[in-house]
Design a protein around this ligand. Structure first.
Ligand code: SAH
Ligand code: SF4
Ligand code: F3S
Length: 481
C-alpha cells in the first residue's frame, strides 16, 4: 500500500493495515507485521523487519504462513486503540489452531498499556515499546521458552541510527526516514510524550547516508519524519548550548540543506512542523532548493488563543498567522495543510467560531480534522473535564469538514491550467490505464499512462480536478541525467 500523506495515518488508513513484502528466510521462520498509526510507526516496522531479518526471519504478507505476528499500534485517539483490540480478537482462533504462533504488540499502545495487554487480552505473548525493538529477538526467544515477554523501557538516546530499515512498501519511489524520536512538547491533549518518551535527534550523517542509499536504489522521494521536525538538533541541548565543542552542530535547516544536496532528482518532504519552532531559516532553505517540496504541514489545532493555551500549544492565533505570513513571503507558492481538533475541553461556541474564522483567513489546502478524544494520563485528562457533549463535537467537526472541503476544492482549482512537475508513484487505483503521482504541493495527480513508469518525473498539464485529486495529461518527460 502507498502511504498517502507524510503524516498521521490512523483515521484514514488504519483500516488498511499495511502488511509487508516477502524477503528470504534463513531460519525457516516467517514474520508478519501489521502497522497502524502515524508514518513513524510505519518507519519503525521497517526497522523491526531489519532487526529480525538479521536473526533469519523472512517477512511475509500472508498472515496464514507466519510464525511470528507483530502488530505495531497507535494510541492517539480512543478509536485507534479499539481498532487494534478488534484486530487482536481475530488472532484468537488462529492461536488456538497454531499453538506455537507468537503474537506481539509493538508501538504506542504497547508502551501505554504495558503488561496490562498480556493480562487483558490473553492472546498476546509479547509486548515491546518503541525503544525496545533491538530486544525483539530475545523477547521472542523468551516466548518460545514458554514465558510472556515485556520490554517497555523508554530510552533517552535510542534512534536506531545504525539500522538500515528493510523497505516494506512496494512502491520503491518514496520512503520515510526518521530524524527524531519522541516529543518534549506536552500538548495537553496528546499521549505521544508518554508513549514515545523524550525527544532525541538522530546523527545527521546516518540520515544523509540512508537518503543517499535510497536514491542510489532508485527512490526519488524521502520524507524526513519527526513529531516536531523543526526542533531537530544534533550536538545541541534543547536550550541551544553545544554539547561537544570538538564536533559540529546541525539544526533542521542545515540537515535539509545537506539532504537536498544529494541530487536535484531526490525530492525532500518533511513532517511535522510545529508553529512555535518553524524558523525563517528553514523557510529560506525550502525556498533555496527546487527539490525541497513547497508543502508545509503546520497543525494549528484551534483558532482560539484561550483554547490553544489550554492545549499547551505555546503559541497564539496571532503567532500562527505570523508564521503563515512568513511562509507566504519567503515561499510564495507553498501549499499549507493543518490538523484541527473539535470540542476540546470547555470549548465554547465562540471559541469554535474562531476556528472557523481562522479557516476562512488561512484557507489551508488540506486538513486532518478530529473530534477530541480524552487520553489517560495526559495533562488535559488531569486538569480539565471532557465536557463538550459528543453530538456537539460532531456538529462542530462536520462544520469544519464541510468548510475544508470547499477550501480544498478551491486550492485544487488553482492548479487547473498549469503545467506541473509530477513524480510518478505507480498505477492509479481507479484504472489500469492511468498512472498516479504527486505534484510539489503533495496533491495527487492522475493521468493516462502513456510510456511512462514509476520513478519518472513528468510535466503534466492539469486539466481538471476534484477536492482530492488533479487530472491531467503528460506534456514532457523530465530528463534525469
Ligand atoms: N506532532 C504532531 C502531531 C502528532 S498527532 C504535531 O504536534 O502537530 C497528529 C494529530 O492528532 C495532532 O496534530 C492532533 O490534531 C491529533 N490529536 C492528537 N491527540 C488527539 C486527541 N487526544 N484527540 C483528538 N485528536 C488528537
Ligand atoms: Fe503531541 Fe504536541 Fe508532541 Fe505533537 S507536538 S506529538 S501534538 S505533544
Ligand atoms: Fe499514534 Fe504513536 Fe504515532 S500514538 S500517531 S503511532 S506516535
Amino acid at each position: 500500500m502507498t502511504i498517502e500523506l507524510n503524516k498521521e495515518i490512523d483515521e484514514t488508513r488504519q483500516g488498511e493495515a499495511t502488511v509487508i513484502e516477502t524477503t528470504p528466510s534463513s531460519n525457516g521462520k516467517k514474520l508478519y507485521v501489521e502497522s497502524y498509526g502515524c508514518a513513524m510507526n510505519f518507519a519503525d516496522s521497517e526497522v523491526v523487519a531489519s532487526i529480525l531479518a538479521k536473526e533469519g526471519y523472512a517477512t511475509t504478507a500472508d498472515v496464514e504462513e507466519a510464525d511470528v505476528v507483530l502488530i505495531n499500534t497507535c494510541s492517539i485517539r480512543e478509536n485507534a486503540e479499539s481498532r487494534v483490540r478488534n484486530r487482536l480478537t481475530n488472532f484468537k482462533s488462529r492461536k488456538q489452531r497454531q499453538p506455537g504462533l507468537v503474537v506481539g504488540i509493538l508501538g504506542c499502545m504497547a508502551e501505554r498499556l504495558k503488561k496490562d495487554l498480556l493480562e487483558e487480552e490473553k492472546l498476546v505473548d509479547l509486548v515491546a515499546g518503541p525503544d525496545a525493538y533491538r530486544d525483539l529477538p530475545g523477547l521472542i526467544e523468551e516466548v518460545e521458552s514458554g514465558q510472556k515477554a515485556v520490554n517497555v523501557l523508554l530510552s533517552r538516546d535510542e534512534t536506531y541510527a545504525d539500522i538500515s530499515p528493510i523497505r516494506l512498501d512496494k512502491n520503491g519511489v518514496s520512503s520515510f526516514v526518521s530524524i527524531t524520536r519522541g516529543c518534549d512538547n506536552m500538548c495537553s491533549f496528546c499521549v505521544v510524550p508518554f508513549t514515545r518518551g523524550r525527544e532525541r535527534s538522530r546523527d545527521p550523517q546516518t540520515i544523509y547516508n540512508e537518503c543517499k542509499d535510497l536514491f542510489d536504489q532508485g527512490y526519488r522521494e524521502v520524507t524526513l519524519l519527526g513529531q516536531n521536525v523543526d526542533s531537530y538538533r544534533w550536538n545541541m541541548t534543547s536550550k541551544g548550548e553545544i554539547k561537544d565543542a570538538t564536533k559540529p552542530t546541525t539544526n533542521f535547516a542545515e540537515l535539509m540543506d545537506m539532504v537536498a544536496g544529494i541530487s536535484p532528482h531526490l525530492r525532500i518532504r518533511f513532517s511535522t512542523s510545529h508553529p512555535k519552532d518553524m524558523t525563517d531559516e528553514v523557510l529560506e532553505v525550502i525556498a533555496k532548493h527546487e527539490n525541497i517540496c513547497n508543502y508545509i504541514h503546520l497543525p494549528v489545532q484551534s483558532g482560539n488563543t484561550n483554547v490553544l493555551d489550554r492545549m499547551n500549544r505555546s503559541y497564539t492565533r496571532e503567532w500562527y498567522l505570523g508564521r503563515i505570513e512568513a511562509i507566504r513571503r519567503i515561499i510564495p507558492d507553498c501549499a499549507i495543510s493543518t490538523d484541527i481538533i473539535s470540542g476540546f475541553c470547555d470549548e465554547t461556541e465562540e471559541e469554535h467560531n474562531d476556528t472557523i474564522s481562522l479557516m476562512k483567513e488561512v484557507k489551508w489546502d488540506f486538513a486532518y480534522m478530529y473530534k477530541y478524544s480524552e487520553r489517560p494520563k495526559t495533562l488535559a485528562e488531569r486538569r480539565f473535564e471532557d465536557n463538550v457533549p459528543d453530538d456537539v463535537k460532531g456538529k462542530r467537526l462536520t462544520e469544519i469538514i464541510d468548510l475544508q472541503q470547499v477550501h480544498s476544492l478551491e486550492a485544487n482549482q488553482r492548479h487547473v491550467g498549469k503545467i506541473q512537475k509530477v513524480l510518478i508513484e505507480g498505477r492509479s487505483k481507479r484504472s489500469e490505464d492511468f498512472l498516479a503521482g504527486r505534484n510539489d504541493h503533495n496533491v495527487k495527480v492522475v493521468f493516462p499512462k502513456g510510456e511512462f513508469s514509476k520513478g519518472d518525473y513528468v510535466m503534466v498539464n492539469i486539466t481538471d480536478c476534484t477536492a482530492a485529486t488533479l487530472l491531467g495529461e503528460v506534456v514532457e518527460l523530465v530528463n534525469q541525467d
